[in-house]
Design a protein around this ligand. Structure first.
Ligand SMILES: Cc1ncc(C[n+]2csc(CCOP(=O)(O)OP(=O)(O)O)c2C)c(N)n1
Ligand SMILES: [Mg+2]
Length: 591
């Protein structure tokens, strides 16, 4: 039977059906007219859950959080014009962190290019420096050939975004009016539509590849290097590792006896029973004596560049053979001293290496190398207990450890940039409480932090965000999205009235200039801001109050802001006192 259709809508429907077949479950949509065919097709598809957000910048960060938490690609839809540019910060973050986003921008038709038509900008590869793939889909055409091409493009986009070159991909969709589903443009045989939809179901899933001969050779080379090593280290940098990778890295540490310097954002800190996990290295590597005396000869580095600046300084000073290992062979090597960058999934690399070491009957070196790191770690923990964990309310350095104690196992923690991520890395010791840590360290922007946490909390009902006041105010539109898509998110807002991180910079001596242009206090009444958007706010008054409020708020179905007013200057002084005491203790213990 012949059916009347609008080609834009049928085109989009087939695209969305193909997305579903490829495993897409979520779409984040911002309103607009040109994108109506995409929006309509996504909203009408029962297999896709859609979220709506009027601010495209916030929507894309929300998608980023959701993609990370669900480990699956998320579609982002915008109309044409500046709406597309609003996505850029989150696309940059997704690119740097290799998070799968399927960015779909609607566009005016080609004849309107450079014509002065309304809301028309040049969208051709607009994210070109930070996108894994771009394709202009072309105007819809209901021929078998064009529809098959659309499906092939969709398959390729998902394959790149999720496997081949993981990260965000951009599909630009020009549409010519009419943009209402009932304004028909074509008459088409219903059987053809059915056969096209059926076609979307015929996807080939590529099997996991086995390791190549070249990779086997590489493993044997590294095993040989480990065999002659007396002082090895494993670095677990920030990364959203799955349980397989965590287990494999810990097993490699156990078999080699190499200590694991585990970044707080590496997932190993809170998910390991391995007693070789070291968490206080940022503090003890501040001792020059320690760095000089204890130099590794081999380093296996997994994950991104570490949060700890002491560790980076250590890399600069030493001449160890450092191998940087990650799935896509990304260069995480600011010191430029890595021996080689190795493209390998960490779990496959570790398991192959373990297999090889077992085959050659490898036995750990009989020396005190790992003991040194364990002893230093324990010594620092002692100082931390005295200085930080006993400090009076509301010192910033203690907030993280108070939170870690009460946040229930299997929760997600999104950590804002600036001081929160650094405090987490410095002051949270290792424990096996199965926390999952999320972060935007791809480009370390303070934008989109709350929106990212909202996306995470869609997937994990027990999610806590730790953020600073400027970061919170920067992304205040997220509070609008949180009203539209209610989520059980608890925000710990550390309010030191400005950028507290800058108190550690020499520019602070230029007092007036520093205050106005760097620290930039906003003097906002956070309670009024939060309540204006219809959310709950509590001003925290003691450590006990913090614990009780976190526990009470995590059960709620809505967003809660727990504000802690702190003093960044006295907090910074305490951090410095701690680092000084650590240095003294390490120097006297190990010299
Ligand atoms: C989008 C963006 N703009 C500016 C910066 C530079 N920056 C880094 S930290 C910071 C201050 C953050 O202040 P706040 O969120 O209150 O955290 P605190 O420093 O107090 O911990 C700024 C402006 C950035 N990283 N990203
Ligand atoms: Mg601040």
């Amino acid at each position: 039977m012949i059916k009347k259709v609008n080609r834009n809508f049928l085109w989009s429907e087939i695209f969305v059906e193909q997305l579903v077949q490829l495993g897409i479950k979520y779409a984040c949509i911002s309103p607009g007219s040109r994108s109506a065919p995409l929006t309509y097709s996504l909203a009408e598809n029962k297999n896709i859950k859609c979220f709506v957000n009027i601010d495209e910048r916030s929507s894309a960060f929300f998608a980023l959080g959701l993609a990370k938490a669900s480990s699956s690609p998320v579609v982002v839809v915008t109309t044409s014009g500046t709406a597309t540019a609003e996505l850029y910060p989150a696309i940059i973050e997704a690119y740097q962190q290799r998070t799968s986003l399927i960015v779909c921008t609607a566009d005016r038709p080609p004849e309107l290019k450079n014509s002065g038509a309304n809301q028309m900008i040049n969208q051709k590869n607009i994210y070109r420096n930070h996108i894994r793939w771009f394709k202009d889909i072309g105007l819809p055409e209901l021929s078998d050939k064009k529809l098959s091409r659309l499906m092939l493009i969709t398959q390729k986009a998902i394959n790149i975004a999720t496997k081949k070159d993981k990260g965000p991909v951009h599909l630009n969709f020009p549409f010519r009016k009419p943009l209402e589903p009932v304004s028909f443009t074509d008459e088409i045989d219903e059987l053809l539509i059915e056969s096209l939809i059926k076609k979307t179901h015929e996807n080939n899933h590529s099997p996991e590849s086995l390791i190549t001969k070249r990779e086997k050779k590489l493993i044997s080379k590294i095993a040989g290097r480990i065999l002659t090593s007396q002082r090895g280290l494993i670095i677990a940098g920030p990364q959203d590792y799955n349980l397989k990778a965590i287990k494999a890295i810990n097993s490699l540490s156990e078999i080699t006896g190499f200590p694991v310097l585990a970044d707080a954002a590496s997932q190993l800190r809170f998910n390991s029973s391995n007693n070789l996990i070291i968490s206080n290295y940022d503090a003890f590597l501040k001792s020059e004596m320690f760095r000089q005396k204890f130099k590794p000869d081999i380093i296996l580095q997994f994950g991104r560049t570490s949060t700890s600046s002491s560790l980076e300084n250590y890399f600069e000073e030493i001449d160890a053979d450092r191998f940087v290992i990650n799935e896509f062979g990304d260069r995480f090597d600011p010191s430029g001293k890595a021996k080689s960058i190795i493209k390998f999934k960490p779990e496959i690399f570790c398991n192959e290496l373990i297999k090889y070491l077992k085959e050659i009957n490898f036995s750990k070196p009989l020396n005190d190398w790992s003991k040194v790191f364990q002893t230093a770690d324990i010594s620092v923990e002692g100082i931390k207990s005295k200085i930080i964990l006993n400090s009076s309310f509301p010192n910033e350095a203690r907030i993280i450890s108070e939170l870690i104690k009460v946040i229930p196992p299997k929760s997600s923690i999104m950590v804002g940039n600036s001081l929160p991520i650094r405090d987490l890395d410095c002051f949270a010791g290792s424990m096996e409480n199965n926390l999952k840590i999320f972060f935007n360290r791809g480009a370390s922007g303070i934008d989109g932090i709350t929106s990212t946490a909202l996306g995470i909390s869609i997937h994990n009902k027990s999610t806590v965000l730790i953020t600073g006041d400027l970061s919170f105010l920067h992304d205040v539109n997220a509070l609008i999205a949180a009203k539209k898509n209610p989520v059980p998110l608890v925000i710990i807002l550390i309010n030191n009235n400005g950028g507290g991180i800058f108190d550690a910079l020499p520019i602070k001596e230029y007092k007036e200039l520093f205050r106005k242009y760097f620290k930039a206090p906003q003097y906002q009444n956070i309670k009024s801001v939060v309540e204006a958007f219809g959310h709950n706010h509590t001003l925290i008054e003691s450590w006990n109050h913090l614990s009780e409020s976190v526990t009470a708020s995590l059960g709620k179905k809505s967003l809660t802001v727990l504000e802690i007013k702190t003093n960044s200057v006295s907090s910074h002084k305490l951090r410095e006192k701690y680092w000084m005491l650590v240095k003294d203790k390490i120097n006297s213990e190990f010299s």
